[in-house]
Structure formats: C-alpha cells, structure tokens
Design a protein. Structure first.
Length: 422
C-alpha cells in the first residue's frame, strides 16, 4: 500500500507546522530539564572549588588554641562559615552552621553538599558557604523556569499565527459563499496554493457560472413566455367583444387585464435591468426627493448629507415610487401609516432609506423577497394588489446602475429598505 503525501495539501501544511513546533518544544524541554536539575550540581561544584581554593589561606590564619572570635573574623572576611571539631569538642564561627557541615563523608568529591575539610593537628576544620549566598540557587532556577515558560508561550503563539495563515483560504471561501448567497454571482476565487482549497475554488467558480446560467435561462423563459402570450391575449380580447355583456364577460375581461399587466411588468423589468438602455445624466438627489414628496406628501423626509449622482432619473424615480407604494400597500392602518425617507452618505456609500411601520416580513421569507412572482403571503390575498414583481423590478433597476438594495424587516413592526447608489 502506497501512502501519498502532498506537500501542498492542507493536512501537510498543518502537520509540518505542528511537527516543527513540537520538535522545538521538545528540544527546549530537554534543555530546560538539563539546566534546571543540573543547576544545583553546577553551583555546588563551583562552591566546592571556591572552598578548596581557600584551604591554604584558612590553614595559615587559624591559630591554636582555637578562638571562636578569630574564627568569626576569618569567616566574615571570606564570606564563609567555619566548624572546628576535636573529638566531641567543637568551635563555630557562627551560631548557626548548616546541618550538612556535621555530616561525615569519606569522599568529599562525591558529596552532594558544598563543603571542604582539612586537619590542623588533631583538629578537623570544615568550611561551608555562608547561607545568605546559597539562595542564589532557587533564584537561578526560577529564572530558568521563567525563560522556559516564555519560550513555550512564544512557540504556541507562533504556531497559532502560522496555522491561522494556513487557514486564511477558509475565510476567503466563506466570504465568497456569503457574497453568492447575497446574490452577487460575479464573485470569483483565484487559486489559493493549497490543493484541497484549489479543488474547492474550481468547483465554486463552476457552480457560480451554472447558477448564473440557470437564472439567465429562467429570465429568458419569462420573457419568451410573456412575448408568446401577447398574441393569444389580443385574440381573446377581440373575441370577447363579440360576446354579450354579462358578469362572466366582465370577470374574463378583468382577468385578461391582469395578465396584460403581468406581461408588461415582466418585459419592463428586463428592459429596466439593461444598463445599455439607461439614459444617464447628472442630477442632485434633492430634485428626486422633491418629486417624490409631491406625489407622496405624507412622507417624512430626513437628510444627513446632500449629494449628486449620475443615473437614469425616470427609472430611479420609478424605483422609489414602487418602494413607497409597496410600503403603503402593506401598512396595517392607512390612517396610522408612517413612512420615513432618509438620504445621505455612510461608510458604504450614498444611500436612500425608506422605513415604514407596516406588517413587516417574516425572517424566513426575506431571502426570497426579490424573486419574481414571490409574495410573502402564501395565500396570495387578492385584497393586496400586485403580482410579486415590484421588488424584482426595483432590484433590476438598481443593479443596472451599479448599486444594490438591502431589505430588513421585523414581522409585525415594519420594514427598512436601503438603496445604495453608485
């Protein structure tokens, strides 16, 4: 069985990163333990050598008979402690002598304690370090431990940074998927240098192309059907004129008028979505707002900043007319309807907002709100006029202008539509 290992793969990159980090951490741990546990031996060895070097000097300075004051003076001068014994008699340079100074040892070189011994006649002299210098051992140990902890923390931090960098393509892919979910089918990803992700990128780009083709095919089908229905509808209207007046004739005539409106809306939507047919001109946004206020005097206008735009004045006017009429249509009570129009500029760009206190839209219906023929009311209540093409047309118009439209709503409280203009 042959196991392949792709060095450009995600697994390989994470494995190599972790293996490298673990290797460095292991080496650091070995060095730490070596330094930490050998530190005592190193210091003891150093102290032994220092004490052995003092033996000739101390031997010359100690006089018989032994005088403890003389011992204390010598010990303080050389920063040591001295213990002299003869049989059961002992003399000390200091009141407190480390307990290990009293231990007998056949081989001082192998002794785990820092001391040195020699004889003057029948007197045995033991030299030990002063305790106030011995606390250096735990201090240095703590220093080694602190440095080790800092090093391990740095290794962990560096590993996290490298792994985050390796996983950056996931964030890019997530952002691209979100853009497609928001309706931007022009989103494309470039190869990311990791084999698994590159396969995903290829599949993702192919998916967006297919979705775009499917939507274009659907739209083309709507246009074709609308065109094909015009002729039979015209014949039906003509034939209807030869039928005597009756309630049935009136109902059929109303149905034909509804079908004609739907067909006109479909064809207009596609025409409005064609940016090549835009009649572009520069105009101040206040001119558009004033026209809307004349048609809808109940609008409450708020402005944070005035600005000019380049666009098709009549189509943009139609866009906002549809949005305002939509807000009125779905109001709870016409007498209590409150529709606010705000315009200005934020960190995204130039915008116009329309806010109402109508019935709102349920959260699960928001994703379909711009689909053709979609109505949030599944019963398609005839009391509310329309065929579900208004917002579809609005989106076509604003996309043709290079902008986008956002729809927020809380069911039972109202909706907020934000149109961002280029």
């Amino acid at each position: 069985m042959i196991i392949s290992f792709n060095t450009k793969g995600l697994f390989a990159k994470i494995f190599i990163t972790l293996a490298f980090a673990m290797g460095i951490a292991f080496i650091a741990a070995m060095l730490f333990f070596k330094l930490y546990y050998k530190l005592d031996d190193t210091i003891i060895k150093r102290e032994k050598e220092s004490l052995r070097a003092l033996v000739p000097t101390i031997r010359e300075l100690i006089e018989l008979p032994i005088d403890e004051k003389n011992l204390e003076s010598i010990a303080n001068k050389y920063k040591i402690k001295i213990l002299v014994t003869e049989g059961k008699t002992m003399w000390k340079s200091h009141h407190k002598i480390p307990p290990f100074a009293f231990k007998r040892s056949k081989n001082l070189k192998e002794s785990p304690f820092p001391l040195s011994r020699f004889k003057i006649g029948s007197h045995q002299v033991t030299l030990v370090p002063n305790e106030k210098f011995l606390p250096k051992i735990p201090t240095q140990k703590n220093k080694v431990l602190f440095n080790f902890i800092i090093f391990i923390v740095l290794i962990i931090a560096l590993t996290m940074v490298v792994i985050r960098k390796v996983l950056i393509p996931i964030k890019k892919l997530d952002a691209a998927v979100q853009q497609v979910a928001d309706g931007n089918l022009e989103t494309k990803l470039t190869p990311l240098g990791i084999s698994e992700f590159d396969r995903l990128v290829e599949t993702f780009n192919l998916m967006t192309i297919k979705i775009k083709d499917m939507l274009e095919s659907r739209n083309q089908l709507l246009i074709d059907v609308a065109h094909e229905l015009r002729t039979p509808l015209t014949r039906s209207k003509l034939a209807l004129e030869f039928i005597p007046d009756s309630d049935e004739k009136k109902q059929i005539k109303e149905d034909i008028v509804d079908l004609e409106k739907i067909i006109s809306s479909i064809l207009e939507s596609e025409r409005f979505g064609n940016k090549d047919l835009l009649l572009l001109e520069d105009f101040n946004i206040e001119a558009l707002i004033n026209d809307l206020q004349k048609k809808f005097p109940f609008l409450k206008i708020e402005s944070s900043e005035n600005y000019s735009i380049n666009g098709d004045y009549e189509r943009l006017k139609l866009l906002f007319k549809n949005l305002i009429e939509n807000a009125v249509k779905y109001s709870v009570d016409e007498n209590k309807t409150r529709i606010e129009l705000r315009y200005g500029r934020d960190n995204v760009g130039k915008y116009i907002q329309i806010k109402d206190n109508g019935i709102g839209v349920k959260k699960e219906n928001l994703k379909n709100i711009f689909e053709p023929f979609y109505r949030a009311d599944p019963s398609r209540n005839k009391a509310i006029e329309g065929h579900g093409l208004g917002l579809y047309m609005c989106q076509k118009i604003i996309k043709a202008h290079g902008g986008h439209i956002e729809f927020e709503s809380v069911f039972g409280q109202g909706s907020l539509v934000t149109v961002y203009l280029k």
